[in-house]
Every structure is written in C-alpha cells, then in structure tokens.
Design a protein around this ligand. Structure first.
Ligand code: SF4
Length: 451
C-alpha cells in the first residue's frame, strides 16, 4: 500500500555527510513520484535524518516523532522513517520507544530507500542497520543549491576517537573509485553546478582501501591524486573538500591546493583540543605542535588561506590549564571560523564511560569563553578583506534583503552585495569589500566576469 498523498518532508540534523545523504534520499523520493513539502504536517512520508553527536538533536527527534506518531493515529496515511546515526545506534530500541515508526535505517542504507520503502508498503516494519557494502551510487541526489554540490568520496571512518559515534554508525572506510567520482562531477557540471565539495568523515583517508601502489610504495589513490584527476572537469569553477584530519594531512596535499587554481584556499581541519594530554585521551593521534606546523606550512604556501576548524571543550578530565591551552591555540592561529561544542557523552563511546566527567556549569563557562575569543579573532581576520577585491560565487538572493545577492569568497566567507539574482546566480563576480563583520562581508560588484 503506497501513500495517497504523495508528498514528503525530510528534517536533517548534524553534519554535512547527513545533509548529503538527505539530498540523496530526496532524489530517490522524487524519482518515486513524491514532491517535497516544507510542512511536515502535509507530508505522507516523513524522514528524520538524525545525528547522535549532540544530545539535544537526539531529544528533538523524539519530540518531533511523538507529534507525528499522534498524527499517524488520527490520519493513518503516514510513513515515518528514521535514518542516520541515531537510527543506526538505537536500532530496534527506537521501535520500543516509538512503535509507530515504519522504517529505521542506518546511514549506509541511504541509497536503498526505495527498496526499503517497497517493503514498508508491503506491510512490513523494517530495521536496516546491518553493515553493507556501499555500491556505486546510481541515485540522482536532489541538490539543495543549484550552484554548489556535495560529492561523497569516502564513506565511514577507521579512526577511533574516544568521543565519537561515527565509526559505530557509519562503518569502515569505503572509498569510491576516482572514475566514479569524476563521472558524478562531470554530470554535475552538465547540470550547471559551479562548485563541488568533496566529502568524507576523514577525507585524508581517501584511497587507503583502494588497490594499487606507486613505484615509491605509496598508495596510488590519495586525496591529492584525486584532486589532480578531477581538477579539469569543464564547467566546475571551484573545488573544496572536508573534513581533514591533522594526523594524515600532507605537505603534498598543501602543494596541490596551491598549484591547482580551482581548489579553494580554504582548509577545514578540526584540532578539537590545544592540549596534548587531552588529545591523547581523545585518541586523535597528533600533538598541538603538529597541528601548528600544518597551519604554518599552509600559510607558507598560501599566506591568505582561510582556516576553519572544530573544537570540543570540557572533555572528561580537562583541567582549567588544559582548556587554556585550547584558548592559546585559538589566539595564536586566528581562525576564520571555528565550530565549537561542549563535550556531550554519546552512548557506546569510550569517553562516555569515564568517571571524570565535568559539570555542565564548567563546560558552559568554557564554551562561552572560547566562543567569545573565536568571534574576536574572526573579526580580526575579516579586517584583511576590507577594501580588497574578492571573487564571489553567487548562490542566492539575500533572504533578508531581496535587492541583494549572497555568495561566498574563495575563502568561504559569506558575502552580500546589491544585484539581481536572475542575472548573477552561478556567476563569479569581483566584489570590492566595503564592510566586514566577524563571519560575513558586504561589498559592491565591479565588472561582471562571465562564468
Ligand atoms: S576521525 Fe574521529 S571524530 Fe572524525 S569521524 Fe572518525 S572517529 Fe569520528
């Protein structure tokens, strides 16, 4: 039995990998003849693509599910799907809490949504959380932006960071072949996309699981080799990648980014803590000295490169002094952007079991102090753009001012300027920066460069 009202809604929590999976699932649902609706109360298929990194995201899912379960009792014609990391982690437990759910599916199953739904429509309640080999994507993801697209190049993660659920939920590393990735990018270029972001939880691990070594004995397929391989796809103007791991980040990669004109001078390299003891407890496998060395090398080749990162405060046992080492690193490096979080224990991770958990008060205080420093430093970093001409790839209309468009600089700073979206969407426009804020810029367009 399929739904009579053929509308779907997807709510996505968490990281870019989840967003990319949601786009894939949306593509599948549209191929099945469903249309997107913004209002979940009008949808007959609702997908919650969940994240278990933060507890509050998990709680939100339960509250949304509770509301929709009630609606299902009243209206009947409703299929409830829970995908993503909470689904993988909780599996059948979720059904005990919310028996109205029709389908529970781990992230590795995103490409199979249609066949799983077929089983649901045949009257089954399905839990799909077993590990699967991810076959080459044949689905057409529906991309949220028509300018910039995400391309998964490696799924899963073989690291064992002591706070992280990803290895449990997304399975072992599985790299896609360079040929398949290039074919997807060529297709995106044909559809008019101008920018791609290559994605992986630990993107520097790309290719380790693919066969082949070079004459010098190194893996034949690395992220660096992939960048060279895909660089010249006609129509694609910009290439980004995320997320980098300091343990595997190489000078060869830095040189490639410097050499290849389409690769943006923007690096997202989480450091998590500025203290070596904490890094050890996190099982990150590098020191703050190595991290600083990587940033120095990047700045040696590309003095204006934008640097962003992720950091966690209040990790179990973190002392005030150790936290101050994180502040020192942030002060010294001066990030363009930093995603910060107070540590929250996640089920089935080693750190969650430790007894030296810090109080919410201490974590909250450290987070506020770090965030304050981050915005001071980001505002300082923004100053370097004032009066400069930046190349802005226009993505959309400014949601707060229809006379303006918004896009991003090469360094990923959001930039607003007066212009007509119908003429400028997808174009790279030279913009003179006239106002700077911590995390965004405003400017005036100079002559239009045809994209
Ligand atoms: S590198 Fe660490 S933090 Fe990142 S996904 Fe893998 S285990 Fe999690």
């Amino acid at each position: 039995m399929t739904n009579s009202n053929r509308r779907y809604n997807i709510t996505t929590f968490g990281c870019q990998m989840n967003k990319a999976d949601s786009e894939r699932m949306a593509g599948i649902l549209e191929t099945m003849g469903y249309d997107f609706t913004e209002d979940p109360n009008e949808a007959s298929i609702i997908v919650y693509n969940t994240c278990s990194i933060r507890d509050n995201a998990e709680q939100k899912v339960y509250s949304y599910l509770g509301k929709q379960a009630k609606r299902k009792h009243k209206e009947g014609d409703l299929t409830l799907v829970v995908a993503g990391c909470v689904a993988q982690q909780e599996g059948e437990q979720l059904l005990r809490r919310v028996p109205e759910i029709d389908l529970i599916m781990g992230p590795q199953h995103a490409n199979r949504l249609d066949s799983l739904l077929d089983q649901v429509f045949a009257g089954n309640q399905i839990v799909a959380t077993e590990p699967v080999h991810i076959f080459e994507d044949i689905t057409k993801p529906r991309r949220e932006s028509s300018v910039s697209a995400w391309v998964n190049i490696i799924y899963g993660c073989n690291e064992r960071c002591s706070y992280c659920v990803v290895p449990n939920t997304r399975g072992v590393e599985q790299s896609r072949t360079p040929e398949a990735i290039k074919a997807e990018i060529e297709e995106l270029a044909r559809q008019g996309y101008k920018e791609i972001t290559l994605l992986g939880q630990n993107i520097d691990a790309y290719g380790r699981d693919l066969p082949g070594t070079t004459e010098t004995g190194r893996h034949k397929h690395t992220l660096t080799d992939l960048l060279y391989f895909i660089h010249d796809v006609e129509g694609i103007e910009r290439i980004r990648f995320a997320t980098s791991h300091p343990r595997y980040f190489t000078e060869r990669l830095i040189k490639a980014c410097h050499e290849l004109p389409k690769v943006c001078e923007h690096f997202h390299i989480p450091f998590q803590s500025g203290d070596n003891e904490v890094l050890k407890a996190m099982k990150r496998g590098y020191t703050h000295e190595r991290y600083r060395d990587i940033i120095n090398k990047i700045r040696g080749y590309m003095p204006h490169a934008a640097i962003s990162a992720d950091a966690i405060v209040g990790f179990p046992g973190e002392t005030e002094e150790q936290f101050e080492n994180t502040l020192r690193l942030v002060e010294d490096i001066g990030f363009d952007q930093l995603n910060t979080a107070a540590y929250s224990p996640r089920p089935q991770t080693p750190a969650a079991e430790w007894e030296n958990q810090l109080s919410e008060e201490v974590k909250g205080d450290r987070l506020a102090r770090l965030n304050h420093l981050v915005s001071v430093k980001a505002a300082e970093r923004s100053q370097r753009y004032l009066g400069k001409i930046e190349q802005v790839l226009v993505e959309d209309v400014n949601p707060k001012d229809a006379t303006q468009v918004v896009g991003r600089t090469d360094g990923n700073r959001l930039t607003f300027f007066a212009g007509d979206i119908n003429q400028l969407k997808g174009k790279i426009v030279p913009v003179k920066i006239t106002q700077v804020r911590a995390f965004s810029l405003t400017g005036e367009a100079l002559t239009l460069v045809e994209a």
